[in-house]
Ligand binder design. Structure first.
Ligand code: GAR
Length: 204
């Protein structure tokens, strides 16, 4: 089987990358991870990739301060690999207009909130502050805005009275680790078709 190829971008721990790696090990998984990229040479996600013999690419944002320069060096480096879709899985750097245009409909992001609620940072704190009844995670197509692209899928849970930052973080991770591999599988098998005007859902 010709597997659908993912390039996964991470900036830190990479527990969602690990969920993708674990899913990809099943023989009937429709995707494989072709490359892991990080803007942070110390990202634990890079180690997770190496331990699983996945090629890695690093471009330290500290030495590539100019956004356009960072993006164009990254694009050039990506030309060396062959992938179908970029997954931002805990990638904490904004990609510029030109990069997004170049990979239009081919970049998706995992975000720890029920978008359109709480784009940006500190989502768990905001849920607690506003005493929200529900919290969750969303996977969306990346456009030029901050967490504004078309929503592909989400998963949610009830916020309990005893929840605090740590428990919300843990619960969010738990649902993300199921949501992201599931969406990648649906895209890989063309049950979800990405298009910036419409997310097309085919079949079940
Ligand atoms: C995840 O919760 C993801 O939703 C979030 O970073 C975490 C990464 O965890 N992403 C963002 O906040 C993007 N704005 P991980 O490194 O353990 O996968």
């Amino acid at each position: 089987m010709n597997k659908f190829k993912l390039a996964v971008f991470v900036s830190g721990n990479g527990s969602n990358l690990q969920a993708l790696i674990d899913t990809s090990k099943s023989p009937d998984c429709p995707f494989k991870i072709e490359l892991v990229f990080s803007n942070n040479p110390d990202a634990y996600g890079l180690l997770r990739a190496s331990q699983n013999n996945i090629p890695t690419l690093t471009l330290d944002h500290k030495y590539n301060n100019d956004r356009q320069e960072f993006d164009s060096t990254l694009s050039k480096n990506l030309e060396q690999s062959n992938f179908d879709l970029i997954i931002l899985a805990g990638f904490m750097r904004i990609l510029g207009k030109e990069f997004i245009k170049r990979y239009e409909n081919r970049v998706i992001n995992l975000h720890p909130s029920l978008l359109p609620k709480y784009p940006g940072l500190n989502t768990h704190e905001k849920v607690l502050k506003n005493k929200d009844k529900f919290h969750g995670a969303t996977v969306h197509l990346v456009d030029e805005g901050l967490d504004t692209g078309k929503i592909i899928g989400f998963s949610k849970f009830k916020v309990e009275k005893y929840d605090n930052y740590d428990s919300l973080l843990a619960k969010t991770h738990e649902i993300e680790h199921k949501l992201l591999p599931k969406i990648c599988s649906l895209i890989a098998t063309k049950k979800i078709i990405l298009n910036k005007n419409n997310i097309l859902i085919n079949g079940k």
